[in-house]
Design a protein around this ligand. Sequence first.
Ligand code: GDP
Ligand code: IMO
Ligand code: MG
Length: 438
Amino acid sequence: MSDSVLVLGTQWGDEGKGKFVDLLTAEAQLVVRFQGGHNAGHTLVIGDEMTVLHLIPSGILHEGVICAIGNGVVLSATALFAEMDKLEARGIAVSEKLVVSGACPLILPYHEALDQARERAAGSEAIGTTGRGIGPAYEDKVGRRGLRVQDLTDLDRFVEKLRSVAEHHDPTLLRHGLDPIDVDAIAEDARALSQRLVPMMADVPGLIAKHRRAGKRVLFEGAQGTLLDVDHGTYPFVTSSNTVAGAALSGSGCGPDAIDYVLGITKAYTTRVGAGPFPTELFDDVGAVLGERGNEFGATTGRQRRCGWFDAVAVRRACLINGVTGICLTKLDVMDTLEQLSICVAYECDGERLDYPPIGADMLARCTPIYETMPGWQARTAGATEHAALPSEASNYIRRLEELVDTPIHLVSTGRDRSENIVVHWPYGGPNNRPGGD
Ligand code: GDP
Ligand code: IMO
Ligand code: MG
């Protein structure tokens, strides 16, 4: 029986992970974020109410669940408290359910300043980051000078460490025309933040093990997507963390046996926010229709997302890297009005046909898609909850995608609301599990 599910994105993020973490949490007792930070924007829609979460795990709206922020997450305490306050104002008892690992690197004001300054200085070469300080915080972590949540338990040592961090970063800040690190101001903030954050510290690896041993269900929530992974993505146009399945283990503190099912959230077309190559990008009316009907604006920065056809080459690779058990195909309804659909089945690059993406952005930028076309369904799939209700063209599209990425589609999402889904195979075992059902 599968009892731990990992939800991750197989494209460039914003595939709809939040919606499915929320949905699956109905059957989970522990939800764990394991990488990224408040660069993520995960949207949950329940009836008339929309919730956008950046750092807090997307299971938080449920009762009787623990939400954990694992060591792999870079944590801005200010962003976390702002998000907590907003939810608590709505009557959601966040502080009762939320715990954080002491090993989370802290995002401090100079990380954000450095991120934004570097992007400004890069001009046309900019990555298009979210400007949240994610990259600089991860750099400090691997540079072994990062300040972590645990450091807030000894503020004198915190200040000592911060002084040596300042020695490292001040020359760069000054070079960008910014103020040096204000150690006293950060120390004072840290004193206030620690009052609230330190009591939230918990042993996340221990919690996962305890839940597993007691037969409880754990849900791991990925952020970003596979094509933004720092190793496997379109480097350097990526985020600064590993976003793939392997990161769930190191970023939360468990072994491979702790994951029974990997759910690859996959949009029925492709979007990307930020710079970098995007072979199937559309600059025509179809791209505009996808953007409008899909409401493709970033949940974190509000930036317009670039839109394009489904890229089976990239998703094929993502399924392989992540060991995806089943795909959840989202936003099928957004394609309802299209007359004809194209799917990128392979790339052409330097005179060769490629079935998998090349390494890095430079070569990907030289790839052109080889398309296969299919008729659109031009009928309503929005809100459908039964496979039988889908027009045959939509079923054919789904079947063709499964073949092309060599992975079964277990869930189909037909709208923003928690309830708008077709379940072919439910990721958790137990009464709702419908293996192979249609
Ligand atoms: P995440 O970052 O992967 O959690 O995804 P985002 O929340 O950033 O972006 C996904 C957007 O698509 C959100 O606005 C969702 O409400 C919306 N969404 C998710 N699934 C569907 C779907 O099946 N149909 C439509 N129309 N919208 C969806
Ligand atoms: P969710 O979890 C889409 C992108 C940024 C930029 C690149 C690097 O909502 O799917 P960063 O601030 O991480 O250094 O930016 O990564 N990016 C995302 N794109 N969805 C996200 O998260 C993203 N998080 C970061 O746009 O291109
Ligand atoms: Mg998002």
